[in-house]
Design a protein around this ligand. Structure first.
Ligand SMILES: NC(=O)c1ccc[n+]([C@@H]2O[C@H](COP(=O)([O-])OP(=O)(O)OC[C@H]3O[C@@H](n4cnc5c(N)ncnc54)[C@H](OP(=O)(O)O)[C@@H]3O)[C@@H](O)[C@H]2O)c1
Length: 271
């Protein structure tokens, strides 16, 4: 029987979409999870924690390809290092990683940069752990997923007056389209750092929030706030965007229409 494909983070927003796509392509799938969340149908679950390394050797045992979707707001370099060590011991043939556009362009020079935008630094650390592992690897950098932006704007919309960072744009991409590409890469040869995957349009968080407010029939005053620091300056200059890789098809408004049941495109005006 063919070796199973291990999906770390197979219970997460992206991983949950990757797993059924691999199964549909005829592969056995094993998911590495700390056990906090439910894994999909017909999936073997290996309980483990990439932060401590506990259970990771057992999870990678016999897996030819590993799709590393596990991640958090911090500590992803440590997770990758633990995964790489176990995958090397197990003789994995292909390690596929999902990183973020801007991982290499958002400075981490001061405490403020690291506190507010340390995520980008930890993704770069993880990328380097994988690229330097000696294992055959592929890394895809994507922009923010629609699901993440929805989480952010829905939390912000609870406030009576909503502060948003001034001048920082996002180029949200459909999580299903990221899953499609990641599966294509996982089933192909190790390819190193591949071209970025970004959504069709970039907009400030204020604009994305207004679309959400429209779609949910609400109004909120929005205050644009200047964020200090070098990381924020890089983001205002578009470090997290990939305008030449705006290959994602589904727009934010289309996503909202489907998720919230409002008419597509009904979201560009002021709140
Ligand atoms: N969201 C975005 O906009 C975006 C954009 C670009 C790249 N990415 C990257 O894409 C990946 C997936 O993001 P997502 O939005 O799907 O994340 P998510 O929904 O928060 O899911 C995170 C997953 O990671 C697993 N995980 C977290 N800490 C772990 C640990 N210590 N040990 C083992 N598993 C752990 C969780 O599994 P359990 O809780 O079951 O253990 C969960 O399945 C991440 O690497 C993220 O950085 C995300």
């Amino acid at each position: 029987m063919a070796a199973p494909i291990l999906v770390t983070g197979g219970t997460g927003t992206l991983g949950r979409l990757v797993v059924p796509r691999l199964q549909a392509a005829g592969h056995e799938v094993r998911v590495l999870s700390r056990g906090h969340r439910q894994a999909g149908e017909g999936v073997e679950v290996a309980t483990g924690d990439l932060d401590t390394g506990e259970g990771v050797d057992a999870a990678v045992a016999g897996a030819g390809t590993i799709v590393h979707c596990a991640g958090a707001s911090k500590g992803d370099e440590g997770k990758a290092a633990n995964l790489v060590r176990a995958a090397t011991r197990a003789g994995a043939r292909h390690l596929v990683y999902i990183s973020v556009v801007g991982a290499d362009r958002v400075p981490q020079t001061g405490r403020l940069d690291r506190t507010m935008f340390g995520y980008f630094g930890s993704k770069l650390g993880a990328e380097r752990a994988i690229a330097g592992s000696g294992l055959p690897w592929t890394t895809l950098r994507a922009t923010q997923f629609h699901d993440l932006i929805l989480l952010v704007v829905s939390q912000l919309a609870r406030l009576p007056v909503v502060p948003v960072p001034a001048g920082i744009r996002f180029q949200p991409v459909d999580t299903g389209e990221v899953a499609d590409r990641l599966v294509e890469l996982a089933l192909g040869p190790p390819s190193g750092l591949v071209p970025d995957l970004a959504g069709p349009r970039a907009d400030e968080l204020a604009g994305l929030l207004r679309s959400y407010l429209r779609a949910t029939n609400r109004r909120r005053p929005i205050i644009r706030v200047h964020v200090p620091g070098r990381a924020a300056r890089a983001l205002r200059a578009g470090a997290n965007l990939a305008p030449d890789r705006a290959v994602g098809r589904r727009t934010w408004e289309e996503f909202l229409a489907e998720r919230l049941g409002s008419p597509a495109g009904d979201g560009a005006g002021p709140a």
